[in-house]
Design a protein around this ligand. Structure first.
Ligand code: ZN
Length: 243
């Protein structure tokens, strides 16, 4: 099976469209959460995601915030402003869809999928090998796919040791899967690794490979919509620079 793995779309419809087109035909799509937050297009993104066939979609921390299951005070000021806007504009049926999403890790054959980390599904950021090493004992599958940091990367637990290495992804270079790995497809709608192109990954279950991908999209038109909606200027600037 060829599986599209994506995360952190963050209400960026133009980036989502570019990813779906670039990924082409896939057997399944796994989305690791944060459909909303930051961007200008919460309804368009949720509607597009709802249309995806063979979808497994998790809830991210911004999704939990927008449906009122977590105080928006836990978010920083600029993130909170977007969530308040999304709370107002999201249609009732799109809100219901978000509410229906699971927030706990899910196991799919050889992979565990989760938004933040296996030991703290909504909030922990796996940004370095130290945090990664504390998480390898918290999933029973050979590999775990995480989002939340918006950084396309991989963490490898060396066999017969507790040594963990971290690597930034090389787009289009297929990684051979072996126990035990934590892999992050990066963010569709707000990459933070200084590469502003939309990020995702293709997981091939037969070849046992993970291929990180990047695709350019029309960032200027999303920035225009951010400004037209009166959302923080910071959100427009950062998608242009990838931080
Ligand atoms: Zn996010």
């Amino acid at each position: 099976m060829r599986i599209l793995v994506m995360s952190d779309i963050h209400a960026n419809y133009t980036a989502l469209e570019a990813v779906l087109k670039d990924a082409g035909q896939v057997d399944e799509t796994w989305c690791l959460g944060d459909l909303v937050g930051y961007g200008p297009d919460p309804n368009a993104v949720v509607e597009e995601v709802r249309e995806i066939k063979n979808l497994t979609c998790l809830m991210g921390n911004h999704d939990v915030g927008v449906v009122g299951r977590m105080s928006l005070e836990t978010f920083n000021g600029d993130a909170k402003r977007s969530l308040l806007y999304h709370e107002q504009v999201l249609s009732a049926s799109n809100m219901d869809f978000i509410k229906s999403l699971p927030s706990k890790p899910k196991v799919r054959s050889e992979a565990t999928i989760v938004h933040g980390s296996p030991r703290d599904p909504l909030w922990e950021y796996i940004l370095n090998s130290t945090t990664a090493s504390l998480n390898f004992d918290h999933f029973g599958t050979d590999w775990c796919f995480v989002g939340h940091t918006h950084i396309q990367c991989s963490f490898t637990l060396k066999s017969n040791s507790d040594w963990v290495t971290a690597e930034y992804a090389k787009p289009d270079a297929a990684l051979s899967l072996h126990p035990k790995l934590i892999l992050n497809p990066g963010s569709v709608g707000q990459p933070r690794d200084r590469d502003p192109r939309a990020a995702y990954a293709i997981y091939d279950t037969a070849a046992r490979t993970w291929t990180p991908k990047r695709v350019a999209y029309n960032i200027a038109e999303v920035q225009e919509r951010i400004r037209a909606a009166g959302l923080p200027e910071k959100h427009a600037v950062r998608i242009g620079e990838g931080w």
